[in-house]
Design a protein around this ligand. Structure first.
Ligand code: ATP
Ligand code: MG
Length: 566
């Protein structure tokens, strides 16, 4: 498995403890074999990453294997596009299933035979109740269910009908194959669950070969068994399905893997249901599955996150037996921590204000040396051009500075990063609007590199770019996709909680010339502004950058927002 980072911690967790115990007792002869079983009905998201890191991570830690298995039993919602993106995203995260790529649909024939086996042993029957009737007969948590009037069919009758179901003789929904367990079981999943349904639908792999499809519960455990999985790790909602999982493998007398459930990842300001993510894409609330605001791996990647940051996040959160909701700020923390170490610093001005250095020679361009990463000397230095006309950030100047504002103001001296001290001597305004459009300054040639020989201090250092050499770029600034910590409230369509300000496009940012030709997905720290990466839309003619994350932890901001939403 291609992970290279050394910062990942293998946090202790209860799933790992179970495996350690099984290794001690020799339960699976020292084997550890897990699997990641996505349904190809959407793109992978950060919640899947938690599962992937757990499954592949445990296999790696114990010298075992992890399979990739597409759980493709539902022909109606599944598409090849999703299969491809899932594989790409897992590889990008740094994991490798080697030659162990499987599809549940590869097991359809074997599952069919197993269904026949259960019919023959009197454990399954063909039921003519409609889906609605099956629901009515099932009972409730407080009331037992009623037995289907078709429960008493003979083995021969059931075999004949099931064969005809497969042969396509009956329309969709007219019959099902059900297992004969216990209509009074306190566990609703055990009340004669459906094993097969009739569905005349084209499957992304088997085409029109089948018109009956096995249900998830009749597929999953047996697929695990076929692949000789040792630990079938899944999320908590399957806890109530475990007795059924066990029942099928026991009735069939086949190898019995062990199902273990852990908590789903939930994040504030985020939806992780594939149905909801699909709605966002279909209704055009985002630009696609890989929109940088999406919690999909494709989106997070485009946003500039590194696989290492995601793996570190997943390792740090561990697993538990209760579902909770984590702060989105925690994920941001891990990308900042990673990019701080590896992203080269550059200077960029998002909202430019023109500055003319009156005492700097016209037409002259000199080269200053800037450090690429103060955290890592091996990243070296680069040349940054300095000239008479510069751009600084509009918000780094105030004509009437408030008390705590130490940046540029009339008559005040500040340091230009890696440059000189400058003093503001004049302000040019738009005659009509009164808006400040240009500053006039003087520079002190003795302060080259950023220090005054006479020891005088300035209170702030601001970033800048040379107007003569700047390159233009579009910069996309992202905020949370939703306007409240929990957009998953019952009874309200989640799209009501979309944050209208989740995307802000800055069209005329000015970047230092070293960024010309930045490769898509190249990651940088724009000094004082945050982490940014070149977007996939970026070309040599038109640079486009995404803000991955603002610089500082936004805990305070998060808390403030949480209060506002209360
Ligand atoms: P949804 O309910 O949104 O459709 P799902 O759980 O059905 O999601 P699958 O494609 O079946 O999605 O998921 C594949 C694997 O990823 C499963 O083992 C599932 O338990 C796990 N998984 C999905 N979502 C999360 C999550 N939020 N946190 C942890 N694991 C998850
Ligand atoms: Mg699922």
């Amino acid at each position: 498995m291609g992970s290279t980072t050394t910062t990942e911690t293998t946090a202790s967790n209860f799933v790992r403890d179970i495996i350690l115990d099984d290794l001690k007792t020799g339960k699976y002869q020292g084997r550890v074999h897990t699997r990641f079983p996505p349904e190809p009905n959407g793109y992978l998201h950060i919640g899947h990453a938690k599962s992937i890191c757990l499954q592949f991570g445990l296999a790696k830690e114990f010298g075992g294997k992890c399979n990739l298995r597409f759980d493709d039993t539902n022909p109606e919602k599944e598409e090849t596009e999703y299969v491809d993106s899932i594989m790409e995203n897992i590889r990008w995260l740094g994991f490798d299933w080697e030659d162990r790529l499987y599809y549940a649909s590869d097991y359809f024939e074997q599952l069919y035979e197993w269904a026949i086996q259960l019919i023959k042993s009197g454990k399954a029957y063909v039921c003519d109740l409609s889906a609605e009737e099956v629901r009515q007969y099932r009972g409730t948590l407080t009331e037992p269910g009623r037995e289907s009037p078709y429960r008493g069919r003979t083995v021969e009758e059931n075999l004949g009908l099931f064969e005809r179901m497969r042969a396509g003789e009956f329309p969709d929904g007219t019959r099902t194959l059900r297992s004969k367990i216990d209509m009074a079981s306190p566990n609703l999943n055990m009340r004669d669950p459906v094993m097969y349904r009739i569905l005349h639908a084209e499957h992304h792999r088997t085409g029109d070969k089948w018109c009956i499809y096995p249900m998830y519960d009749f597929t999953h455990g047996q697929s695990d068994s076929i692949e000789r999985i040792t630990h079938s790790i899944c999320t908590l909602e399957f806890e109530d399905h475990r007795p059924l999982y066990d029942w099928y493998v026991e009735q069939l007398g086949i190898y019995h893997p062990q199902q273990i459930e852990f908590d789903r990842l939930n994040l504030t300001y985020t939806v992780l249901s594939k149905r909801k993510l699909l709605t966002l894409v279909r209704e055009g609330h985002v630009r696609g599955w890989d929109d940088p605001r999406m919690p999909t791996l494709a989106g997070i990647r485009r946003r500039g996150y590194t696989p290492e940051a995601i793996r570190n996040f997943c390792a740090s959160i561990g697993v538990s037996k209760t579902n909770g909701i984590l702060d989105l700020g925690l994920l941001e923390h891990f990308v900042r921590e990673d990019l701080n170490k590896r992203a080269p610093r550059v200077m960029a001005v998002l909202r430019p204000l023109r500055v003319v250095i009156d005492n700097y020679p016209e037409g002259q361009v000199e080269t200053l040396e800037a450090v690429n990463n103060p955290e890592d000397a091996s990243m070296g230095t680069r040349a940054v051009p300095f000239s008479r006309v510069l751009y600084i950030e509009q918000e780094d100047f105030r004509e009437d500075p408030p008390k705590q504002f130490f940046r540029l103001a009339p008559g005040r001296e500040v340091r230009l990063r890696y440059g000189y001290f400058i003093t503001c001597t004049g302000v040019v305004k738009d005659e009509k609007t009164g808006e400040v459009v240009e500053l006039h300054c003087t520079y002190d040639p003795a302060t080259r590199g950023g220090n005054a020989p006479d020891g005088r201090k300035v209170k702030s250092t601001i970033h800048w770019v040379s107007a003569a050499r700047a390159v233009d770029a579009e910069v996309r600034l992202y905020d949370y996709l939703f306007d409240r910590p929990n957009p998953n409230e019952e009874g309200v369509p989640f799209t009501e909680f979309l944050n209208p300000k989740s995307l802000e496009v800055v069209t005329h940012a000015k970047l230092e010339p070293s960024l010309a030709g930045a490769a898509p997905l190249g990651r940088y720290q724009f000094e004082r502004l945050g982490y940014f990466c070149a977007d996939l839309d970026s070309t040599a003619e038109k640079l486009v950058f995404n803000r991955t994350a603002a610089l500082r932890d936004t805990w305070a901001k998060i808390e403030k927002r949480a209060k506002e939403a209360e």
